[in-house]
Design a protein around this ligand. Sequence first.
Ligand code: SAM
Ligand code: SF4
Length: 343
Amino acid sequence: MEDQHNITTHNPSASQRLIDRFGREIKYLRISVTDRCDLRCVYCMSEEMQFVPRSQLLTLEELYRIGKTFVELGVNKIRITGGEPLTRRNIIQLFQSLGQLGGLRDFTLTTNGTQLPQHAAALKAAGVTRINISLDTLQPDRFHAITRTGELQRTLAGIDAALDAGFQRIKINAVILKHRNHDEVVDLVRFCQERGMDISFIEEMPLGVINEHDRAEAYYSSDQILHDLQQVYSLLPTTETTGGPSRYYQICGSDTRVGFISPHSHNFCDSCNRVRMTAEGRLLLCLGQEHSMDLRRVLRAHPLDDEPLRAAIIESMNIKPKGHDFDLTSQPVLFRHMNATGG
Ligand code: SAM
Ligand code: SF4
């Protein structure tokens, strides 16, 4: 059930910040610039996907207007995601324009890495501060099976390109599934250590219907991963944060941080500071709920005036839910897949 609210416009003062009903201040916007992708990861998409028609996507100019308005409302971190953001035509232009916004402390990208050899240098020049690259396995056959279509070598070349472009503190994101890649957590950490990168392990979330595997059976908890790593490494919990949901540990004697994104075992909703924009302009107030607001309608009704957009964003704080309640064992799950959500 979608919770699309009608928007009442009012004039917020210039200093108005985004604070929801539970006192949480929103400082972090994730923008999905496309739901399309050159891979088909089994936990993210079903084999047959219907994508949003291109005509319904926000234009790059509209995406910029939204980013700019959020920054004016106190957001200081924007992450560009998808789908695979680097498959969208001319996307570097959006990075260039958002990168100029004063007030943006952290400007980041989540990517599967396949297009980084072409784009890493331009992203750095545009002002992207950090990159997260998704990599679930170091074994080519497993990589092909998990992504359904991909070649490990291309993502590895993307990681090299990001390192060569001078990105610091690159983070690898790995979704861990029991009996698919759970035995690789130490190898993945070592891979990151050797390259001065961080890593976050992610528990699979029940977004969208998938038939490839049973999400409950594939569940491998963050605590189990931590336990596996502790057989090899000394890990110290840190209070460091990158403004996202990861809990971090430092590997003793190394720069590498190991993060855990644990929507099931360590719910992170109390400190939620973020909202997400889908590629067609739907502002999602929670990763795991359908509460949303149609910002595309507001944008297009007022092409030359950002004030209604600003008012709509402020209004949306009234429908931000307290949190998600993911349950791997019961149906239905949310129908929205992760590629449409903007992970
Ligand atoms: N295509 C880019 C990538 O893979 O990094 C960006 C979009 S992808 C949806 C963002 C992140 O969401 C990736 O790290 C991916 O592994 C993660 N992800 C996708 N589906 C997920 C799911 N069902 N549960 C948990 N994480 C998921
Ligand atoms: Fe594409 Fe990223 Fe989803 Fe994999 S996780 S299918 S790379 S959007």
